[in-house]
Design a protein around this ligand. Structure first.
Ligand SMILES: NC(=O)CCC(=O)C(=O)O
Length: 271
């Protein structure tokens, strides 16, 4: 994976999602993505929310999930190519060999797919484990030399994942989400903790809106490796923007050498 000192302008598409309506969601997201790329500075990277094609329409997910992610990939790839922007496409419900995954696809500015990640930890409180299959491997993305770890929503409750991605070279963690009230405190605290403990950027795009009695609060966040909030969304649709710098990661890691001071031989997964 390359190395860069280049700053990246990031735009998070904090959209509402219509449950069970991939077509309507694609239309709404493209409107917001079009608006985002008109921004000044023009974003280098767009990040979308979790399960943006279907929402949590789990009882009909076999009928509406995207077969092999083909439609999702075509849409994201052509937008990336047309606008010369990198995209981490949140996640979509994708049907692969009869099973449904919660899958992220990422693209470079030419529209070439540069990664695919399926959510590792399924969230029982929203019945994911009854309808979805978990992925089984962590994934890093090379965003023009700025290494990013992939993570989806509930995954942030497992600090081991972010830590292993950071140990593997990730300087930011990307987190698409559908995270609802009343757990705003958990959302902000866990994301901030992942940023501080791993001295990495956390780029988290949450949806807004209500769906079958569940209220999603937005508060998409860009948090720097010192734990400071670069940008935070409100509770309605918006594009949340910020500029991130790999140099700041190196500076923070140099100031407090957490990685050099680890003692994994003492505490690594011992019973
Ligand atoms: N979609 C999700 O994974 C939701 C996770 C969540 O709300 C949590 O509290 O964890």
């Amino acid at each position: 994976m390359g190395h860069t000192d280049k700053k990246l302008a990031v735009a998070l598409i904090q959209a509402d999602i219509e449950i069970g309506s991939p077509k309507a969601n694609k239309t709404r997201l493209s409107e917001m993505m079009e608006q985002a790329v008109q921004g000044n500075p023009k974003p280098d990277l767009l990040v979308l929310p979790e399960m943006w094609n279907t929402g949590y329409a789990l009882e009909q997910i076999h009928e509406i999930a995207d077969p092999e992610g083909e439609d999702t990939r075509r849409f994201l790839s052509s937008f990336a190519r047309m606008h010369g922007v990198m995209i981490v496409g949140g996640s979509a419900a994708v049907k692969k060999k009869g099973r449904i995954f919660n899958t992220m696809y990422a693209f470079d500015r030419s529209g070439r797919q540069i990664g695919e990640y399926s959510k590792l930890h399924l969230f029982r409180l929203m019945d994911e484990e009854k309808h979805l299959t978990a992925g089984d491997e962590p994934v890093k993305l090379d965003l023009e030399g700025f290494a990013a770890g992939a993570s989806i929503c509930y995954d942030i409750r497992f600090p081991e994942l972010a830590r292993s991605l950071a140990l593997g070279g990730a300087k930011m963690l990307i987190v698409p989400a559908e995270w609802p009230h009343p757990r705003l405190h958990h959302w902000r605290t866990l994301l901030t903790a992942r940023a501080i403990e791993n001295q990495m950027y956390v780029i988290a795009c949450n949806r807004v809106g209500s769906s079958r009695g569940t209220d999603f609060f937005g508060h998409s966040l860009i948090i720097d490796p010192w734990g400071e909030i670069v940008a935070e969304g409100g509770e309605t649709e918006e594009i949340v923007t910020g500029v991130i710098s790999p140099e700041l990661v190196d500076e923070v890691r140099g100031r407090i050498p957490v990685f050099a001071d680890r003692r994994p031989e003492v505490y690594s997964d011992k019973k």
